[in-house]
Design a protein around this ligand. Structure first.
Ligand SMILES: Cc1cc2nc3c(=O)[nH]c(=O)nc-3n(C[C@H](O)[C@H](O)[C@H](O)COP(=O)(O)O)c2cc1C
Length: 193
């Protein structure tokens, strides 16, 4: 295969989601480097549609509260034992990493900008973030779930109502071995003409 020694190709082949990280908070400079990596992503019309909300410490607990409140609205009996367990789980979800970078796309008022392309640019930025985190020796995990699509969560994070939360990127020092992923041949997904 061409380019097997290439550092970029090697990085994207070895990138893995890291679901478990240590409690220790990585330095702010590392988080800034990860976010900067996102802003190098391709972006039609250079609109910079990405917005980042960095949550550490108690800000993660505050997000957990909003997530629990939102989840409670969908439960028949939030006070039941089962309901309480579900809500407790929501509350602690953001505590799975010392840093959460919320990556959102906010469509910009550029006459030529197309909303889906603004989201695509932000998503490309998220992949850059995952690769940057790995390059810095950190572990990262792209998470979404219902909170990513919740108006209350967006409001809580100070994002406008037309924002799209593309990812909650959980970041920290890896606490699990990073194993290679089984390679799936791209051949079935290609139509050469
Ligand atoms: C849009 C998007 C949303 C995702 N949301 C979640 C999530 O909510 N929870 C989760 O465990 N993983 C989530 N992931 C990560 C995938 O599960 C993960 O990338 C996949 O299992 C492949 O593993 P790898 O990243 O180690 O190659 C998401 C990935 C993408 C692209």
């Amino acid at each position: 295969m061409i380019g097997t020694e290439n550092a970029v190709l090697e990085a994207l082949r070895t990138r893995r989601s890291v679901p478990k990280v240590r409690e220790e908070t990585p330095p702010r400079e590392m988080i800034e480097q990860i976010i900067e990596a996102a802003t190098w992503a391709p972006n039609h019309h250079r609109t910079s549609p990405w917005r980042f909300v960095v949550l550490t410490g108690e800000a993660r607990e505050a997000l957990g509260e909003v997530m629990a409140t939102e989840a409670a609205r969908t439960l028949r009996d939030p006070e039941s034992e089962e309901g309480r367990a579900i809500l407790a789980k929501q509350r602690t979800k953001p505590l799975r990493a010392p840093v959460i970078i919320v990556a959102a796309a906010v469509p910009q008022p550029h006459p030529k900008a197309i909303e889906i392309e603004e989201i695509e640019a932000a998503a490309a930025g998220v992949e850059n973030m995952l690769l940057a985190a790995q390059a810095l020796g950190l572990g990262a995990m792209w998470r979404t779930g219902k909170p990513a699509y919740s108006a209350a969560v967006k409001r809580h994070l100070g994002l406008p109502s037309d924002a799209h939360i593309v990812a909650f990127v959980y970041v920290g020092y890896p606490d699990v071995p990073i194993l290679p992923r089984e390679r799936i041949s791209p051949a079935p997904f290609i139509d050469w003409r």
